[in-house]
Design a protein around this ligand. Structure first.
Ligand code: B3K
Ligand code: ZN
Length: 888
């Protein structure tokens, strides 16, 4: 396999300031003529173009080149033209593609009779030959010709400059994008699609046309996405001073899509999952997902498109920054604290696991085999935390000064993470030299902190000792790593739960919170003139993406859980208590002892349930018991099913001890949700953040209520299902999820009714398949296998695969079944899917990341499956890269 290294970067030998494309769409294939206006650099004569597509012919300045003038190398997907002029010239390249046969959903492909493209990172080379690298930017003009009945809609980037009819029932459209862009932002859509339009007036008074394209049947589900887009446009103007630059913004929804969405200039292409939403088919979480992804892709117009990446190693330059921006947008929209906690939960569950796995890599990877494998939690989510740390150091004003300088310097360019860091530093006179390590050192740092009181004359000092521990990662041993720089936000609480004042060295002001700059392997911070009893609140707001170790007593954690005014720190105190209780259960299970009781934790949860001043959405977060994957942290010798048992035992304890409180809380939340809807239409149960919080609280309680008396609850659910379902999908999904592990036939009947009702709603059928796959019932594998034959299941649809097989791979007791059946099921489908969609197969392969950290018996079973996968001669480089790393 060819490994590409960041250190080998060299500037392009040829630039392509203009590319003119002509697509002739035919029944079986599409002809593409690409005219590249080429500018050789520094006298270069050898031109290397990238392409993985059938070549028909090449012309140089209108003269057909003989086959001897170039060589095609399918192995590294290159076309080498050795003797090219040193003066500017054009190449016109004729290629042919078969979109109907393309099930990789990369390049030009067909879905339900329409054509779509996906070019990031290297899909353009499946359409034509081109340098196809992000630092070769140019202006694109695209003409599309097709049958007018089959393909009434013809779209590409920028503005439509011409259109009209041709002979034989064909028509054409010509699009011109005035902004220079790399090939990865190219897009084309051709098909029979419904249009919903709207408009937005920018801060400078320009009218931007908004166009959403969907299947006819889905057009009624785009209103929320359009509102989200307008909110995003407004927000980027007010918070970042950034205005949209073209006169039209198009979004196309497609059901066959490998990821969430794609930010092609002026023509976003979206997975239907992140466009279509109405209250009968989408949950509150789905609405929030639509809003966030619409925002994310829109924000890329500046952070990604106007300023792009020099090379793919810099991916986090656009992704980390754009995730940070969409997180801030969601936080400004509603429930900032809850959004922050959700982001941290996601990071700690999946990114920390990645950082502790053979796939660990820095935010800026140093090497890759297949770039598609590096659209990771580390690049996106840890990358966003790195951007957030700049923001924490500089504050909003300083951060915006940095952004302004970044755009002043780099608009229209392809740049690196160092350029971004330099802009932040130079705009603020802040030294971010050491901070560069966040881009080159993989692994999650651990901060070991201890605190002690010290007499200082008549006063007391509180001394915090901070030790920073960096882990070994496959790319670099800890011994080669240097101490990182990070903000540590802290406050001190007294025994009454009040924030205590303190002073800093050489500073006579009083503070009750501050941000310490951690930048050494070991250091001490002195907080002067503190009170007698101190409970430190540490890493407030999750100020750095690290593990925190501090020897809190359970009483101190209960104090923070009751009183901390930083919602993250407060939630985290509760999570630590919950984690400790589960670990204690695990130990007891291992040693065959009785399970310990947790009266302090139970009382703390009781207080939360009874607290009428807590925001409902936040209360729901406080009641979440960490999932198995959140518990494994950096541990080895994981026995997954034992973790599940220990966790279930705690859930049982909570369900029994707090049954009355849980019931009262759920009923109160339901009452509040209903309060303003009496006498109104059922359709009034729409998404809004306040009601979403009340529903989140109901369904945080409901599974525990069901756990207390399964037989009685399933009867009730059975009786009231239709009534709940009529309200909206959040309720319908909420009750089904709550009883989804119930062993009775009534659960099967409810799921069957659900599936029958939504037979023609593809996105809801995804929910059905994921319910089947995440159930903890004993027969889940059997049901998942049966679901493969369901008429609405399709192995070539990525959403279906993720819903059924992806969800199953995260179902801890079933994926990790001791007979190996779960591993075999997932491995079998990785092999099948790899034959036509390597990206989706590689995504599934990550489920085996835990290999080395799991107990020996399961490890052997996993290993056997992985070895069978790498033994496949025709395996894609996508899956091979992942599986070989896991096995290494
Ligand atoms: N930039 C795209 C992701 C492309 C993934 C290619 N495998 C979506 C996004 O991050 O906004
Ligand atoms: Zn993105």
């Amino acid at each position: 396999q060819t490994v590409k290294y960041l250190k080998d970067y060299t500037a392009p030998t040829h630039l392509v300031p203009k590319t003119d494309l002509l697509f002739e769409i035919n029944e079986q294939y599409t002809d593409v003529w690409a005219t590249l206006h080429i500018e050789p650099q520094n006298g270069a004569t050898e031109l290397v173009l990238q392409g993985d597509v059938k070549l028909i012919s090449i012309k140089k300045n209108d003269e057909t080149l003989p086959e001897t003038a170039y060589s095609l190398n399918p192995n590294d997907e290159t076309l080498v033209l050795p003797n090219m002029p040193t003066e500017p010239f054009t190449l016109t390249i004729h290629t042919q593609v078969e979109p109907q046969k393309n099930k990789s959903f990369n390049g030009l492909y067909e879905s339900e009779g329409n054509l779509y493209t996906q070019c990031e990172p290297e899909g353009f080379r499946k359409i034509t030959f081109h340098p196809d690298r992000p630092d070769v930017m140019g202006e694109f003009t695209t003409e599309i010709r097709a049958n007018a009945d089959k393909f009434p809609v013809l779209l590409s980037n920028g503005n439509k400059i011409r259109s009209g009819s041709l002979n034989d029932g064909r028509h054409f459209a010509v699009w011109h994008d005035p902004f220079v862009k790399p090939t990865y932002l190219f897009a084309l859509v051709a098909g029979d699609l419904a249009l919903t339009s709207d408009f937005f007036i920018t801060q400078s008074g320009r009218r931007v046309v908004i166009e959403f394209y969907t299947r006819q049947a889905d057009a009624h589900q785009v209103a929320f996405a359009i509102e989200s887009l307008k909110n995003s446009m407004k927000w980027d103007e007010t918070r970042f001073g950034l205005e949209y630059d073209l006169d039209i913004y198009m979004v196309v929804a497609v059901g066959d899509f490998n990821m969430g969405a794609m930010e092609n200039k002026g023509l976003n292409i979206f997975n239907t999952k992140y466009v279509l939403a109405d209250s009968q088919t989408a949950t509150d979480a789905d609405f929030e997902g639509v809003e966030a992804v619409i925002a994310h892709e829109y924000f890329h117009n500046w952070t990604g498109n106007r300023v792009t990446c020099r090379d793919w190693f810099q991916l986090s330059l656009k992704e980390g920054l754009t995730v940070f921006r969409d997180q801030e947008f969601s936080g400004d929209r509603a429930s900032r604290a809850v959004r922050r906690i959700e982001n941290v939960k996601l990071l700690r569950t999946h990114q920390f696991a990645e950082d502790a796995s053979p796939m660990a890599h820095p935010v800026r990877p140093a090497s890759y085999v297949e770039m598609n494998n590096f659209y990771t939690m580390t690049v996106y989510e840890k990358g966003a935390e790195v951007v957030r740390m700049y923001h924490t150091f500089l504050g909003e004003e300083g951060f915006q000064r940095g952004m302004k300088l970044y755009f002043e310097r780099h608009d229209g360019q392809a740049v690196t993470c160092d350029d971004f860091r330099a802009a932040m530093a130079d705009a603020n006179g802040f030294d971010f030299e050491q901070f560069a390590l966040w881009y080159s050192q993989a692994g999650t740092p651990t901060l070991q902190i201890s605190g002690s009181l010290k007499k200082n004359g008549g006063n007391l000092d509180y001394v915090l000792r901070v030790k920073q521990i960096l882990p070994d990662t496959p790319d670099m041993p800890a011994s080669q790593k240097q101490a990182m720089m990070m903000p540590l936000a802290i406050a001190l609480f007294n025994e009454n739960g009040e924030k205590g004042a303190f002073k800093l060295p050489n500073d006579d002001n009083s503070y009750n919170e501050t941000i310490l700059i951690v930048n050494q392997a070991e250091q001490e911070f002195v907080l002067r003139e503190v009170q007698q009893s101190v409970t430190p609140s540490l890493l407030r707001g999750f100020s750095a993406p690290v593990h925190l170790q501090f020897d809190y007593t359970n009483e101190q954690l209960a104090l923070l859980l009751a009183h901390d005014d930083d919602e993250f720190a407060r939630w985290e105190a509760g999570q630590t208590l919950l984690r400790r209780a589960i670990f204690a259960n695990e130990t007891a299970l291992q040693q065959g002892n009785d399970l310990p009781q947790n009266p302090l934790l139970i009382q703390a949860l009781r207080n939360i349930l009874n607290d009428n001043n807590l925001d409902a959405a936040f209360k729901a977060m406080l009641l979440q018991v960490p999932a198995e994957a959140e518990l494994w942290g950096e541990r080895d010798h994981i026995n997954p099913v034992q973790t599940t048992m220990a966790r279930e035992a705690l859930l049982d304890e909570i369900a029994h001890a707090l049954h009355g409180e849980l019931l009262a809380t759920a009923l109160n939340a339901r009452e509040s949700e209903n309060a303003d809807k009496r006498g109104k239409e059922i359709a009034f149960y729409e998404y809004n953040p306040k009601d979403a919080g009340l529903r989140a609280l109901q369904y945080a309680c409901f599974p525990l209520i069901h756990r207390f008396d399964e037989a009685a609850t399933i009867e009730q659910v059975f009786e009231h299902y239709d009534e709940m379902a009529r309200k909206n999908m959040t309720h319908e999904w909420g009750v089904l999820s709550s009883i989804n592990s119930n062993a009775s036939a009534k659960r099967d009947e409810l799921l069957a009714r659900f599936a029958a009702k939504f037979d023609h709603q593809a996105l809801v059928m995804d929910k059905y398949f994921s319910l089947i796959a995440c159930s903890r019932r004993a027969d889940t594998l059997v049901q998942a296998q049966a679901a493969l034959n369901h008429p609405r299941f399709a192995l070539d649809n990525p959403n279906k695969v993720r819903a059924l097989i992806g969800t199953f791979a995260r179902n801890v007791p079933h994926f990790h079944a001791l007979d190996g059946s779960g591993y075999a099921f997932v491995a079998q489908h990785i092999k099948k899917i790899d034959a036509f969609n390597p990206q989706v197969a590689a995504g599934l392969a990550r489920a085996f990341n835990l290999l080395k950290r799991i107990e020996p018996q399961r490890q052997a079973l996993m290993r056997a499956e992985l070895e069978a996968i790498v033994a496949l001669p025709s395996l894609s480089k996508d899956v091979r890269e992942i599986v070989e790393k896991i096995l290494a």
